[in-house]
Design a binder for this molecule. Structure first.
Ligand code: PMP
Length: 366
């Protein structure tokens, strides 16, 4: 029983069945000038168009990368290349933003990290701008709790001030509406494997006139912004995923599953850490058992979840959101359940039964 889709959402059976055919279609080099190369280039362009349609951008502003970690680094470091001054971000960003910010600080940039409580209010974000702020980078959906930070109107307000607006929109991709043009976003990062695509493929949306600097140099692919032969199989697989997805019906389905999880957890004495406004794809909950103990016990019974985020799991660090919980004690027992359209109600009921029995067993030892 897999409840860890925010770490990676496994490819569907139908995508897995298509992979052989997609592999044949993707086997040449899209930079080759012969017929096969040109044909593959066209196929990649079609996927660029699909991604652009999903996020409200023209296809020539879509760049394929090796993942969202790279897209985030390219956005931040690429923009900072010939700038100095202040960056406004949040204290609950993914490691690929946070660690890039730490690096930029070591290069002389100043960074303010906003408390997540302030990310629901555009005015507070604007109040924290400084004279020398040149970039705001705030995630769209927090990966540990699913908290959603729409910040309506922020993009327009920033663009009036000439400040670049980047959003790490990985956990929103294909799940929560993103429209980069309507929202005044200049740079946005996405990842294919969080939506049931293959790993090793990210996307950077970069507004045309922005002129960010590449992180490395090579054969000029992706208009020189991200050289290196493209992950052609990953890109064609993403095209197939996007064909099969329907943002609004998927959302409604997942919302129903989320509602069942919420009541189930509450009945078992869990404290919900994700607000009702959070993305329904992620639900953080705390039980009075240390996360690692409960996670391991569940894993032994075939229920797979995360404690916070998978990226932190190996670092021994607590989830980024924990210092900002009203009751920090709840952080000790925090688990993240994350779902997809592949999660069935039956699976949820079975999992709740196993969770209930496991809690009963473990609580005896406390
Ligand atoms: N940002 C967020 C919010 C994420 O959840 C993740 C994946 N854990 C990433 C960035 C990095 O994505 P990738 O695995 O494609 O490098």
């Amino acid at each position: 029983m897999y409840f860890d889709h925010a770490s990676t959402s496994p490819p569907s059976d139908s995508l897995n069945r298509s992979l052989y055919e997609l592999s044949l279609l993707s086997r040449y080099n899209p930079s080759s000038s012969h017929k096969e190369g040109l044909e593959l280039r066209k196929r990649l362009q079609r996927v660029r168009l699909q991604v652009g349609k999903l996020i409200g951008a023209p296809e020539d502003e879509i760049y394929f990368t090796s993942g969202a970690t790279e897209a985030n680094n390219l956005a931040l470091q690429g923009l900072c290349f010939n700038k100095k001054g202040h960056i406004l971000s949040s204290a609950v960003e993914h490691a690929s933003i946070e660690e890039a910010l730490v690096f930029l600080e070591s290069r002389g940039f100043n960074v303010t990290r906003l408390d997540p409580k302030n990310l629901t209010n555009k005015e507070i974000v604007l109040d924290n701008l400084r004279e020398d702020t040149f970039m705001v980078s705030i995630m769209t959906v927090q990966n540990e709790t699913g908290e959603n930070y729409p910040l309506d109107g922020l993009g327009k307000a920033l663009s009036k001030r000439g400040i670049i607006y980047h959003r790490d929109s990985v956990q929103a991709f294909g799940k929560i509406p993103v429209n980069v043009k309507a929202q005044g976003i200049d740079l946005a990062s996405f990842s294919s494997h969080k939506l049931g695509g293959l790993k090793g493929l990210g996307i950077l949306y970069c507004r045309k006139s922005l002129g960010i600097h590449p992180l490395f140099f090579g054969g000029g692919q992706e208009k020189g912004l991200r050289p290196g032969t493209e992950n052609t199989l990953g890109i064609l697989a993403l095209g197939k995923v996007l064909e099969e997805r329907n943002l609004s019906s998927d959302y409604l389905y997942v919302k129903d599953i989320n509602a069942r999880l919420r009541t189930g957890f509450e009945q078992l004495g869990g404290s919900l850490l994700s607000t009702p406004q959070a993305s329904p794809y992620i639900l953080a909950v705390s039980f009075p058992i240390p996360s690692e103990v409960l996670l391991t016990a569940l894993s032994l019974k075939g229920v797979y979840v995360s404690a916070g985020s998978a990226c932190h799991a190996n670092s021994g660090k607590e989830a980024r959101i924990v210092p900002f919980l009203e009751n920090k004690e709840l952080g000790r027992g925090m688990l993240r359940f994350s779902i997809s359209t592949d999660t069935s109600l039956k699976e949820v009921e079975d999992m709740l039964e196993i969770l209930s029995a496991t809690l009963k067993e473990l609580i005896r030892y406390l």
